[in-house]
Design a protein around this ligand. Structure first.
Ligand SMILES: *[C@@H]1O[C@H](CO)[C@@H](O)[C@H](O)[C@H]1NC(C)=O
Ligand SMILES: *[C@@H]1O[C@H](CO)[C@@H](O)[C@H](O)[C@H]1NC(C)=O
Ligand SMILES: *[C@@H]1O[C@H](CO)[C@@H](O)[C@H](O)[C@H]1NC(C)=O
Ligand SMILES: *[C@@H]1O[C@H](CO)[C@@H](O)[C@H](O)[C@H]1NC(C)=O
Length: 633
């Protein structure tokens, strides 16, 4: 990578949020850095996007108010007939996004349990929701917020109450940041690949293009999946995305930009089915943890560490800023309610203090974009970094709308062979697992709420062990003695299914607000799911996931573990109740940007390469539905 001159180029952000957004315009005198495939291409892209934005701004209102009106019948609240446009946005033709073709007939614009949905490819499914949810999608009013996931969750047009409402969520793992254990078949097709970096290189070498990755985006999740998430009694999704959704540098083999529109498609489906979204920046330049789900495995941590560490962190903040600008727009801010800064930064290597500096820097930049207080852009989630949540308890004091995202697994803690079909304290199957979850996680999340503020279990699974294909990486199996039994999910006994379910219920109860990892595991090349306990949908279909997540309430109490249902209050700033929140000057002084030191760097980080934002900054295009979705795999 080329090295930018070591001049501090981010001073214009200052550390006092709330300033004029004009200050965000980067200093133009430094030639923009990045090791882009081609800066000219990016400028063209930006120019093109600007033209499209202007076109849409002018054309769409005309289209919606005049052209579509001619289509006749609009509203309808029918239980069962077809939805004429499942795209969630403007056009639903497969041609150019710039020439929407009105659909000849317009179906109902909302429906409840039993209504029939027609997907973009013409296939239909029945929307099933036993919990009083209803979908809403009106192509004449595409940003409507009337959908409701279920009767106990507020519709999108009402605010989310972080004290009284509970997040029952699921991750959309492995869709835009691929992982061998989530979509094994595509990795098996290219032997030797073990992360998306390798996979992208192998696909490009074999085909001369990366279309196969776009095919994955198009087919791994379809509208039916998002409808089923709402039908499962869930109300939020956590949606991981990699930086290559925005752009890539010259030496980065990822598919550039393509996932963005598919990302927006998921968001529009979330809107349609009443689900709120936490967007999670799952992979950042340089790798924040050296793991395959950061995009690149085994090349160390070059983000907030090493000579490119500050450069990569500033490049990350730039992407977070343009993403936040996009999703703070009125049409998105009530659907995308939170943004995760960086998934699982390796805090043990990076250290708390440099990460605290990064979090403060990102917070200031993002809040300068959004302003303060409820309704002004997303909540900001900081991930616990694979360390106890307590290490963040004193961070960002007084900051506006910040949450901690904890990831809780026993899987990677060594083999435990306690039988899950044995009786637990309450006489039901589960063995020692439910109580272990309640004891380990209940107090941790309770304390995080008391000491920091809103806290979520952003990732966990139903797996008590590492018996799953590729969970330890491609080429590494498990030597756990119960793997034959755990892998044979088609033949689980009733006791096994009930035991797993009780372990999951105890996990739900411990977290309070949670996102299971993940909704779906794709088949391996053998044609079957080989990481069964990581798939919410597989467990629902086969009886080991709870059909009603509310069953979890009181599970830990039944385990004889102190009731963990949290009933405190949050500091008002944490839930947007302070119009001009301030972070104490002493805290800002303690965590300067760049930090006083970072890992793997001998001297002062202030002399390291810095990232200069390009001028103009990248513009993220609006949703176009020119990507018809094929049948789910
Ligand atoms: C919000 O959505 C509900 C349906 O979920 C609808 O009944 C209500 O009128 C909407 N409220 C507003 C203010 O639009
Ligand atoms: C949760 O926090 C409350 C309030 O501080 C405390 O009273 C309660 O004992 C805690 N519960 C657990 C299980 O830690
Ligand atoms: C890939 O990621 C998994 C999950 O984090 C990890 O356990 C494994 O070691 C990684 N390695 C490889 C080679 O894929
Ligand atoms: C499940 O059990 C049946 C016999 O009961 C066996 O034929 C089948 O192979 C088993 N499934 C798997 C995936 O092992």
């Amino acid at each position: 990578m080329s090295e930018a001159p070591p001049t501090p180029q981010f001073d214009q952000y200052g550390s006092t949020p709330g300033g004029s957004s004009k200050e965000l315009v980067p200093n133009a005198e430094e030639a923009p850095v990045p090791r882009k495939k081609s800066n000219r291409k990016l400028l063209l892209l930006g120019g093109l996007a600007a033209v499209i934005v202007v076109f849409l701004a002018v054309f769409l209102p005309i289209y919606f108010t005049i052209i579509r009106k001619k289509d006749g019948s609009s509203s309808g609240n029918s239980g069962s007939s077809s939805d004429g446009d499942s795209s969630g946005g403007d056009s639903d033709d497969s041609g150019s996004s710039a020439t929407p073709t009105p659909t000849p007939t317009k179906g109902p614009t909302s429906g409840g349990d039993g209504s029939i949905i027609t997907m973009v490819d013409g296939t239909t499914f029945t929307y099933k929701n036993a919990f009083g949810g209803h979908w809403v999608h009106d192509s004449e009013d595409p940003y409507k917020l009337d959908a409701q996931a279920n009767e106990w969750s507020p519709p999108l047009n009402q605010s989310w109450d972080w004290v009284r409402n509970r997040i029952y969520g699921v991750n959309i793992g492995g869709l835009f940041v691929l992982e061998p254990f989530i979509s094994p078949a595509i990795f098996q097709k290219y032997p030797g690949t073990r992360d998306e970096w390798d996979l992208s290189e192998a696909i490009m070498a074999a085909n001369g293009n990366l279309d196969e990755l776009e095919e994955h985006y198009r087919t791994f999740y379809v509208e039916k999946d998002i409808a089923e998430i709402a039908g499962a009694g869930l109300n939020w999704i956590r949606l991981p995305i990699g930086w290559w959704a925005f752009e890539v540098a010259e030496d980065e083999p990822f598919l550039q930009g393509k996932s963005w529109n598919y990302f927006l498609q998921i968001v529009e489906w979330a809107r349609k089915y009443g689900l709120r979204v936490l967007v999670d920046l799952h992979a950042v330049p340089g790798s924040q943890n050296g793991l395959n789900h950061s995009g690149r495995f085994g090349h160390g941590v070059n983000w907030m560490a090493g000579t490119q560490g500050i450069y990569n962190a500033e490049r990350t903040i730039y992407y977070l800023r343009i993403l936040t600008q996009f999703l703070s727009q009125p049409q998105y801010k009530e659907v995308i309610k939170a943004i995760g800064l960086v998934n699982e930064p390796r805090a043990a290597t990076l250290g708390h203090d440099p990460l605290a500096s990064f979090n403060l820097r990102a917070y200031n930049v993002l809040r300068e974009v959004t302003g303060f207080g409820e309704g002004n852009g997303p909540y900001i989630a900081i991930q616990e970094g694979m360390r106890p949540m307590s290490i963040w308890a004193d961070d960002l004091p007084g900051a506006d709308r910040v949450i901690v995202d904890g990831h809780s697994y026993f899987v990677f803690n060594g083999a435990n062979t306690a039988r899950i079909d044995a009786a637990a304290v309450d006489g039901l199957p589960g063995g020692t697992w439910p109580a272990q979850a309640c004891r380990a996680w209940g107090p941790e999340y309770n304390a995080s709420r008391n000491n920091f503020g809103p806290s979520i279990g952003g990732e966990f699974s139903a797996a008590p062990n590492d018996c799953a294909l590729f969970i330890n990486g491609v080429g590494s199996g498990s030597d756990h003695p119960q793997c034959a039994e755990y892998q044979d999910w088609e033949n689980y006994t009733t006791g096994m299914k009930e035991g797993i379910k009780n372990y999951v219920l105890a996990s739900f109860d411990s977290f309070g607000d949670w996102f299971f990892w993940t909704w779906k595991i794709g088949p391996s090349s053998a044609g079957r799911v080989e990481a069964p306990l990581w798939s919410y949908s597989l467990g629902l279909a086969n009886g080991w996931m709870p059909t009603d997540p509310r069953e979890a309430t009181g599970k830990c109490l039944a385990m004889g573990v102190t009731r963990v249902e949290w009933d405190g209050t949050f500091e008002p700033a944490r839930t947007g109740g302070v119009p001009t929140p301030t972070i104490p000057a002493s805290y800002t002084a303690q965590y300067p940007w760049p930090p006083a030191s970072i890992s793997d760097v001998a001297g002062a980080p202030s002399s390291l390469p810095r990232f200069t934002e390009p001028v103009p900054a990248l513009t993220l295009p609006p949703f176009t539905s020119a990507t018809p979705t094929a049948t789910s795999t």
